[in-house]
Write a protein that binds this ligand. Sequence first.
Ligand code: SF4
Length: 453
Amino acid sequence: MQQEIQPVTPAVTEEQASEPPSTMRAAQTPSSCQDEPLCKKLSQWNDWRWQIRNRIRSLDQLARYVPSLSGRSELQKVIAKYPMAITPYYASLIQHADVSDPIFRMSVPNLREMFDPPCLTDDPLEEHEDMPVPGLVHRYRDRALLIATTMCSMYCRHCTRKRIAGTRENAISARRLRQVQEYLFNHPEISDVIVSGGDPLTMSDAAIEAVLSMLRSVPSVQIIRIGTRVPVVLPMRITDELVSMLKRYHPLWINTHFNHPNELTDQSRAACEKLADAGIPLGNQTVLLRGVNDDPQIIEELCRGLIRTRVRPYYMYQCDLVRGVEHFRTSVRKGMEIMEYLRGRVSGIAIPTFVVDAPHGGGKIPVLPNYVVTMSPTHTVLRNYEGLLVSYPEPGVDMESTVEPASGQAGVWELACGKADVIQPAHTTRMDRREKITAKRGAARGTGYLFDA
Ligand code: SF4
């Protein structure tokens, strides 16, 4: 049975008297406030530093939100291994205090994190092996990834960098930054640097700017990308000051990490729109997670919501083989099923690329349903989302002289050798609509082709 989560109560955090009640969740500070104590609480709620200071970090704090977890001392060893932090904002998105709730599932520690099959490792992508300088991963020839901090505002239970995220909340030192700068100067083939972590937007504006200005001091670095979950878990961090500083470092791209439509709130949308208005292109990297979003309709709703928010669905990741996430893993087949569902149903700009980030540092491998049915020297036979089979002739094939049209019913072989060019399913929505258009055109013949005068 699902239990209702407790509203945020003053007992939860260190700043007890200032805790906003649940009725204020996601509220904006009114411009002219008549109720001073209420306004103070609202402005604290919308202050990202207050949210960071008041993260849920201990079992006692968690139990005040989720009374059913009181006395679950066995979770202490989970937290000791993989730290917990949940912003009051993100906790306020939990609707049911159990694992049926996607926000709960992604943020609340679970004993199952302690049981790993042997195929899981701490660093399945072998990032550590590809670090020529501590904190800088150089895997692809022209790109590098900079781990600017080990801190996040919320520690996702499915994190691929569980080995470092939150174990110590440290930002990169000036000395390390100089080492990174030197490496980049010596490797002008790197033109694109991804600033990641942890979550780099948990750093102060000045610390972020130190990283960005170092990168801009290297002439061969053309593109800077920031990977952050802040718009999802701490949207009030996207302040006007931060955005106007970021704007000085264009071309700058941001990839964020929405996994479920419940994360698309008014506040997270406002944060994304503020970044988009500053000319920062936004992409989204979703991780396929069992019990959270391993469902075609949920991913469809998420992708539609993202493009309405001006965020382009970029990647949908297969869960990495990282220790502590076995209970989140789905089959690769599930990802392919979702891709099959999306194609033809939603716009291409709303469809992410489904990738397996290869173990052993092999990089991202796209996985698609099979649309190529067969190939011959002269033709490629393809299928579309409806099941239509179509023959695509290769350049230079003289259809007129080589092809005898098929007599009787065509099959795949006839398509492959050019004796037929299409096998159409009997009834599709598209063909039914086309029939109606043809019938209407027949009735209106002679009144104009495209537009009537
Ligand atoms: S925000 Fe990113 S780095 Fe931090 S815990 Fe979540 S997935 Fe890991």
